[in-house]
Structures are given as C-alpha cells and as structure tokens.
Design a protein around this ligand. Structure first.
Ligand SMILES: *Cc1c(COP(=O)(O)O)cnc(C)c1O
Length: 229
C-alpha cells in the first residue's frame, strides 16, 4: 500500500511541476509520520523516502532511534519552550519557530550540542486566533532579530492555512506566503537567499501549493492512510 501511494504522490509531484514549469527535484516531499508505527516509516524509507516529519516529541523520541540514521527529521508540531532541548537533539529542521524566545532557546541548545539546526518561521497566515505562528506583519522584525541574535540557519517559511474544502481558497494564502518570502529574500533576511524554503501544502492541496511555489510539501494521509486517534 505504501509503495503504491508513494509512487502515486511522486507521479503527481512530477506532473504538477511539469505543469507549472518547475523542476520536480525542486520540490521536496516531507512524509508526515505522526501516529504511524516504525514499520510503516521503514516501508516508506525502503521506497526511497528520506525526509520525515513528526509532530509530537514524546512519540518522536521513541521512534527516531529505531529508524535509519540517514533520515532527515523535520519537527512540524507546536514546540513548547521547555521541550526545545529535546527537539534540538532529535531533529535536523524545526519548522515551527514563531518567537524570539523559542529561537534563542533552540540556538542555545544547538550550540551546547555543537549541532547545526535549520529553522523555518511559522507564519499564522490566516490570522487565526487559536493557531500558532507569527502574524504576517510581525514576521520581518522577528526574522531580523533572530538573524542578529542567534546563529541559527533561518531557511524559510512554513504555513498551515485556514482549513478549507476548496484548494482555490487555500491558494491565496500560499500566494501571500510566497510573496512574503520573496520580499524577505530581496532584503537578504534568510541565511541562503537563493534557496529559500517554503513549506506549504498537505495531502488535500499540495498540487496548489506546488503551483504557488512550495519547495517542501508535508504529506501524511495520502502516503500512510488515515490516522486513528
Ligand atoms: C498532520 C500534518 C500534516 C499532514 O497532513 P495530511 O493532511 O495528513 O497530509 C502536514 N503538516 C502538519 C503541520 C501536520 O500537522
């Protein structure tokens, strides 16, 4: 099942990329494996998948040591300050940084472990009161402060737009995110302004995200099947 799903997703990525004149290898698949057991993750690995995303630290701490060390792990859940140290020790990329305080803690622990950590800033692009993320208009100043006050590699932006059954509504949020990223890159605010990461798009809307410039799409259900909670 995983193998079929994996091939279907890779095919869709290639088709979408071709349809909007992008190179398929400029789009990276983050396989979201929360609530999925190691055997399934290993199956996806055996298909060639190398980037995985996890949301819950306790769960990740149990699974990551059991799985191949060549996996690149992205943390995509909400990170509490008191868990920053554990997140740094387990993950290569933390996609959900939304405050200077959190960035400084990640930086402190990364330095203590001599580990190079890449981060993305999570933007609350739909300005939803209950959602994590920095507000769009506050992102530039946060970016400037993180760059000047930490040694973190700030690679790009991550968003989870408001839920909608209509990908065309979601498209506008993806587009707004890309415009912000382009503006920040023009102002040289990222660590590498030629290769800015845009993590956006999930199982239901990744085709739209690719059209709007996503470099990383985060896919769980379409690869691993529905999650039971
Ligand atoms: C669970 C999750 C995903 C994957 O969602 P699917 O709809 O299962 O593809 C992507 N991003 C984040 C932040 C998630 O929490």
């Amino acid at each position: 099942m995983i193998q079929d799903n994996y091939q279907t997703i890779r095919q869709k990525i290639s088709q979408c990329a071709a349809g909007c004149n992008r190179a398929a290898d400029s789009i990276h698949l983050v396989a979201v494996s929360k609530k999925k057991e190691c055997a399934l993750i290993q199956q996806a690995f055996d298909c060639g998948q190398r980037i995985f995303g996890e949301n819950y630290l306790q769960e990740a701490a149990q699974k990551i040591p059991e799985l191949p060390s060549s996996i690149t792990w992205h943390f995509i859940g909400h990170l509490q300050s008191n868990k920053a140290k554990q997140a740094v020790s387990l993950f290569d990329v933390i996609e959900t940084v939304d405050s200077l305080k959190l960035a400084k803690l990640i930086d402190k622990h990364a330095n203590a472990l001599s580990k190079s950590i890449a981060i993305l800033l999570q933007i609350n692009i739909g300005r939803e009161p209950q959602k994590a993320g920095v507000l769009p208009e506050e992102t530039e100043s946060l970016l400037r402060r993180i760059s000047s006050e930490t040694k973190l590699q700030v690679r790009g932006l991550m968003v989870i737009p408001p839920f909608s059954n209509n990908p065309e509504e979601t498209r506008l949020f993806f587009r707004e995110t890309r415009k912000l990223a382009e503006d920040f890159a023009r102002k040289q605010l990222f660590t590498d302004n030629q290769n800015v990461v845009l993590s956006m798009g999930m199982s239901a809307d990744f085709h739209v995200a690719i059209e709007e410039g996503a470099t990383h799409i985060r896919i769980g259900t379409a690869l691993f099947g529905a999650r039971d909670y």
